[in-house]
Design a protein around this ligand. Structure first.
Ligand code: C2E
Ligand code: CA
Ligand code: CA
Ligand code: CA
Length: 275
């Protein structure tokens, strides 16, 4: 009993030390990443089966840290905790608009989708910054989509709603990312200030043969449509999944079946076939 009691005070296990040092190290690295041009953006096409072409690209941040790629699932949460997400987000947005400006300008029905963290939406001048950037790049605000997860509405902060409203008033659209993975019910959807829902890939991956009945998937799509929202399915990897989703009148599809996220200069083919 005495030994156990002693152990209670041994809270700092060597593994924890290693983890802490690694995190601190990573954070210091991220702080310098922008100045060192280590942050870049890949783009993944989103296709409209009805129009038979690429109608949108999603911008996805990349960090090549001393030539070693750190996945966004690691550095985005780190950036959110440390507040660096504001700088990272601004950098990603600036690069995305720069790369996509001419593609967007060629056809007003094309759009660019960008992920935004709740931390960024707490900035009082977030929307103004975005509108200014769009103007500088000559891109129509109506061509921009901002992807948020439902968690941004939970810890709302009326400024979050204010920033999103400002963007929507200016013509931009808001997409609810990872739809179905959160805690809110389908019924809550009508209260959220969104225009698009992105069905999470976990639901898409339930389609295996294309012959199964998946009431959840059809309910999500029907519910969204009845509220006047547009539906995008994420993580579409097979023809069976694409066909199934088209049968449910899903408006657009995104996933490895069409393309991996790629740097803009490697997307020439997709960009050409977009018109
Ligand atoms: P997300 O927004 O849900 O992005 C979709 C993720 O699914 C991307 O992972 C994409 O590469 C991956 N994906 C696309 N098609 C398929 C598919 O067919 N199958 C599978 N299994 N996966 C597919 P990625 O690029 O690693 O990004 C992970 C997450 O990091 C994103 O998830 C998003 O939450 C976050 N993220 C990325 N870039 C940014 C950013 O600029 N800002 C913010 N706030 N978050 C970002
Ligand atoms: Ca997203
Ligand atoms: Ca998603
Ligand atoms: Ca996600």
């Amino acid at each position: 009993a005495k030994a156990a009691g002693k152990n209670r005070f041994l809270r700092f296990h060597p593994d924890m030390m290693t983890a802490l040092v690694e995190r601190t190290d990573l954070e210091a690295g991220l702080q310098m990443a922008i100045g060192r041009s280590e942050i870049s953006v890949d783009f993944q096409p989103i296709v409209s089966p009805r129009m038979g072409r690429v109608v949108k690209f999603e911008a996805l941040a990349r960090w090549d840290r001393e030539n070693q790629r750190v996945p966004p699932s690691v550095f985005i949460p780190l950036a959110e905790r440390s507040g660096l997400i504001n700088d990272v987000g601004t950098e990603v947005m600036a690069q995305s608009l720069k790369h996509m400006a001419s593609w967007l300008c060629e056809d007003p029905s094309r759009s660019l989708s960008m992920n935004v963290s709740g931390v960024q939406l707490q900035e009082l001048d977030f929307a103004e910054g975005v509108l200014k950037l769009a103007e500088t790049c000559g891109v129509g605000v109506y061509q921009l989509v901002f992807e948020v997860t439902e968690s941004v509405f939970f810890d709302a902060d009326c400024n979050v709603i204010k920033q999103l409203s400002r963007l929507r008033e200016a013509g931009a659209r808001v997409a609810l990312d990872d739809f179905g993975t959160g805690y809110s019910s389908l019924g809550r959807l009508q209260d959220l200030p969104v225009d698009i829902v992105k069905i999470d890939k976990t639901f898409v991956s339930m389609v295996r043969t294309g012959d199964e009945r998946l009431p959840i998937l059809s309910s999500m799509i029907n519910m969204a449509h009845s509220l006047g929202l547009t539906v995008t399915a994420e993580g579409v990897e097979t023809h069976e999944q694409a066909n199934y989703l088209m049968g449910l009148e899903c408006d657009s599809l995104q996933g490895y079946l069409f393309s991996q996220p790629e740097p803009a200069d490697r997307l020439e083919h997709a960009l050409k076939n977009a018109g």
